[in-house]
Design a protein around this ligand. Structure first.
Ligand code: AMP
Length: 248
């Protein structure tokens, strides 16, 4: 059984994000980058399933410029058998990503497509549902547990105050919560072996997809810093301040 896993290159969440002037978007120049943590959890689940003999092949796919090769090498070290980069330097909307993944799925015919529940840089959480709709496949989003038995998937989803368990026939689209699997620590030999593997590169036009944008970014800016807290000696002082400054 073949599984396709979508892996996005995102800024490392341990470093504060930088924004371009005049709200023109994220400034990732020189920022440390990593594999999207939700995608890494999905990949780890797939690697464990391959080790258990439940699945036979993992194909990792990343869409973006040449730098995505690093993300794909990480995916190969984690357990992917093959890696595909769909080459573009254009800003990508979730619908364009979903269309590219659909085209690749039509070529590769996987039984399962795993994505992260959201990309940690833009928090869209749209690609997996769009992909499922384009393929007309069942979807289990925000999966915290995934069990594959007799060609059926059992997906546990965390919902407000509880859990929901769904059964899905395959082929299906699943988006991973961080709880799905704990990524393993990669050792040097795995990283070195991954460096030797070939990464296939495809042009969006080879997949018959045009990436014309449908949205215009009007503004992307950091959240304004909160005013520092102050300690007041008496309630009367608080009343005075509230009268002077108005209620927050
Ligand atoms: P989003 O809908 O943008 O929050 O992204 C959800 C998921 O779609 C990510 O966790 C990835 O699995 C996948 N995805 C989004 N953008 C890309 C990309 N450029 N390359 C590969 N996968 C992507």
């Amino acid at each position: 059984m073949k599984v396709l896993v979508a892996v996005k290159r995102v800024p490392d969440g341990n470093v504060p994000l930088r924004f371009k002037p005049e709200g023109a978007g994220l400034d990732v120049a020189g920022m440390p980058m990593r594999i999207n943590p939700f995608d890494e959890a999905a990949l780890e689940w797939a690697a464990q399933a391959k080790e258990a003999g439940t699945i036979s092949e993992i194909i990792a796919v990343s869409i973006g410029g040449e730098a995505c090769q690093e993300t794909l090498r990480h995916a190969l070290a984690l357990g992917a058998n093959r890696a595909v980069r769909i080459d573009t330097d254009q800003p990508l909307e979730p619908l364009a990503v979903a269309k590219l993944l659909r085209a690749l799925a039509e070529r590769e015919q996987p039984a399962l497509i795993l994505l992260g529940k959201q990309a940690s840089d833009d928090d869209n959480a749209q690609t997996a549902p769009m992909l499922a709709a384009l393929l007309d496949w069942p979807q289990g989003v925000f999966a915290s547990t995934l069990v594959l038995e007799n060609n059926t998937l059992q997906v546990t989803r965390e919902i407000e105050g509880g859990q929901e368990v769904l059964a899905l026939p395959m082929p299906a689209v699943i988006s991973a919560d961080l709880r799905l699997a704990n990524p393993r620590y990669l050792k040097l030999p795995q990283l070195l072996q991954a460096k030797k593997k070939t990464i296939e590169t495809l042009d969006p036009s080879e997949l018959g997809v045009t990436l014309a944008p449908r949205l215009a970014l009007l503004q992307m800016a950091p959240t304004p810093a909160r005013k520092p807290a102050v300690t007041l000696a008496h309630a009367s002082e608080l009343v005075h301040r509230l009268r002077q400054e108005g209620l927050p």
